[in-house]
Design a protein around this ligand. Structure first.
Ligand code: OOG
Ligand code: MG
Length: 262
């Protein structure tokens, strides 16, 4: 850690206010170029603490920048981890208000729900599949609080990895009969296919993203509790959306989920 608690809290307030007041900001590493990874995750944790203090609930966790397409799109080279609170949740088939978002994009993801706790280090695809209750389609709406969606890894971690909204739904599937590497996905905008992929785009197997999250938390003495919803990361590049857009994600063997931007 290089930053003191008042600075961490002030940066958390600045970034969360961007979300709540719908405006962008410059990268926090412009102000604190020497900040380290623990500073970045401490700022993210301070944003979560602000939300919990207002009575919001933690609804899930996310891995991001887990696919080559996403890393290339954002010009970075390593996964990041964040959280989802109930102010981010859109019901299956529901609406997200553009007036509450800065410059949103959507990502097709496979969501996991655990039935056993996952405690790193040492988690791998096998432990994750054994601990998975079911998987289902998830659309993440990312909305970087940084100007023009431009950031470095520490800045985006502090900004809760651009998390803004998410929807999950469809037909939950058990992993035992599925090969999550070859599961195909189609993301449609206003009925037209705009992105396609397969599960293997995420780190070769999307369960690897969950294992990395468990190992990341384990290094901090934390675990993924049983019953946790986790987004494993965008399979394709993120797609920009505008008011009026209807976005749906179909995942092979898991049905589809959707949301509308109003
Ligand atoms: C960072 C978040 C990326 C994903 O699924 O890859 C992410 C960003 O691109 O703004 O959530
Ligand atoms: Mg994502």
């Amino acid at each position: 850690m290089t930053l003191d608690t008042p600075t961490i809290d002030a940066l958390a307030e600045r970034l969360e206010n961007c979300q709540l007041q719908v405006h962008d900001t410059h990268k926090i590493t412009d102000d604190f170029p020497g900040m380290d990874w623990e500073d970045a995750y401490a700022i993210q944790a301070a944003i979560l603490a602000r939300k919990l203090a207002r009575g919001q609930r933690l609804m899930g966790l996310k891995a991001g920048l887990t696919s080559f397409a996403k890393m290339k799109q954002m010009g970075v080279n390593s996964p990041v981890f964040g959280f989802m609170t109930d102010d981010y949740a859109v019901p299956h088939g529901g609406e997200a208000k553009m007036a509450e978002l800065i410059h949103p994009k959507v990502e097709p993801e496979i969501a996991f729900v655990t039935k056993k706790a996952l405690r790193g280090p040492g988690c791998h695809i096998g432990t994750v599949l054994d601990a998975t209750d079911f998987v289902l389609p998830g659309i993440e709406v990312i909305d970087s609080r940084y100007r023009d969606f431009k950031f470095d890894l520490k800045s985006v971690i502090a900004d809760n990895t651009s998390a803004a909204r998410f929807v999950v739904g469809g037909s939950p599937a058990r992993v035992s009969g599925l090969d999550l590497r070859t599961v195909g996905i189609v993301l449609e905008k206003n009925g037209l296919p705009v992105a396609f992929g397969a599960g293997a785009a995420v780190l070769g197997h999307p369960a690897t993203a969950i294992a990395m999250l468990a190992n990341h938390l384990g290094a901090r003495g934390q675990e993924i509790p049983a019953g946790t919803l986790i987004l494993s990361g965008g399979i394709t590049e993120a797609v920009a959306v505008a008011a009026g857009d209807h976005v749906s994600l179909r995942v092979q063997g898991m049905g589809s989920t959707s949301l509308r931007f109003i």
